[in-house]
Design a protein around this ligand. Structure first.
Ligand code: BJW
Length: 230
């Protein structure tokens, strides 16, 4: 590979073949739950117990034995291992399948399912099981101040300076398994293009930003990624 600085963006589609539902498919998470109820600060303020229940269910699935990295996650980890230049994997996913596959430089721009945050101190800490509204916070000891360490609509995604720094300098940008409906991630391709990078979309179907990519490969991530990396 003749590239020197690669940025990869992943979305829910890369984890679909590991058994984790995407958001916008006909059987996706947003068919079963109203976005306003479970993915906004207002929804959490209105019914925190219900939002905890939503994330508890997803955490239980992730920690259960049935979910494991698939060949697409493994191929990206292999690419990072073999690559000699700068490599950043930006994921919109809150699962830990990239890390479990062996990826190292992973940026979770929409947070992590296995972490909680204190609403008073902003301290972030790992958790393993269910969270109940009345659980005591590990940092301040108070109740009712824990929130999932995830980024909801209207909130600022994480590590944006690091991400834009890498995008401004990259010569290859690859977007995998994302519908291109949610910003700022959907705008990364334009930043990479402005930096002069080659841009590649790998997805099951053309995304909302498909026309901005120089190269496109459509199919299952578990098949397209190993092919791309080999
Ligand atoms: C496969 C496959 C297989 C399936 N192989 N492929 C108007 C215009 C522009 C922007 C806005 C606007 N109004 C409001 C906004 C901003 C808003 C936004 O974008 N809204 C849109 C709905 C319009 N964004 C925000 O509020 C963000 N914050 C923000 O903008 O702050 C200000 C700011 C400004 C400038 C710079 C920086 C900041 C925050 C967004 C937070 C999103 N949060 C969620 C929940 C996270 C926690 C959780 O998981 O519960 O993030 S929503 C949800 O969508 C989740 C995902 O990460 C995100 C993206 O979804 P993704 O990954 O694309 O999944 P799907 O389901 O949509 O697509 C899957 C794809 O995979 C499909 O295409 C399939 O075909 C494909 N696929 N199987 C390959 N096997």
């Amino acid at each position: 590979m003749s590239y020197q600085r690669i940025v990869v963006l992943t979305g829910a589609g890369i984890s679909a073949e590991s058994g984790i539902k995407t958001f916008r498919a006909s059987d996706g998470l947003w068919e079963e739950h109203r976005i306003e109820d479970v993915a906004t600060p207002e929804g959490f303020a209105a019914n925190p117990a219900m939002v905890h229940q939503f994330y508890n269910g997803r955490r239980r699935q992730l920690l259960g034995g049935d979910v494991a990295p698939n060949p697409a996650h493994l191929a990206l980890a292999e690419l990072e291992r073999r690559f000699n230049g700068d490599f950043m994997l930006v994921t919109q996913n809150i699962d830990n399948l990239h890390e479990r596959a062996g990826s190292v430089n992973v940026v979770h721009m929409h947070g992590e399912l296995l972490k909680m945050r204190c609403a008073h101190t902003d301290q972030v800490f790992p958790i393993e099981g269910d969270i109940a509204l009345d659980d005591r916070c590990a940092c301040c000891g108070l109740r009712q101040c824990l929130r999932p360490h995830v980024v909801w609509f209207g909130e600022m995604p994480l590590q944006m300076d690091d991400i834009y720094g890498a995008l401004d300098a990259c010569d290859l940008f690859v977007s995998i398994g994302t519908s291109g409906n949610v910003y700022p991630a959907a705008g990364f391709v334009q930043v990479a293009r402005a930096a002069g990078a080659h841009t590649l979309e790998i997805n099951l179907e053309p995304s909302a930003t498909e026309s901005l990519f120089a190269e496109k490969r459509y199919g299952l991530a578990s098949e397209e990624l190993p092919r791309f990396v080999s």
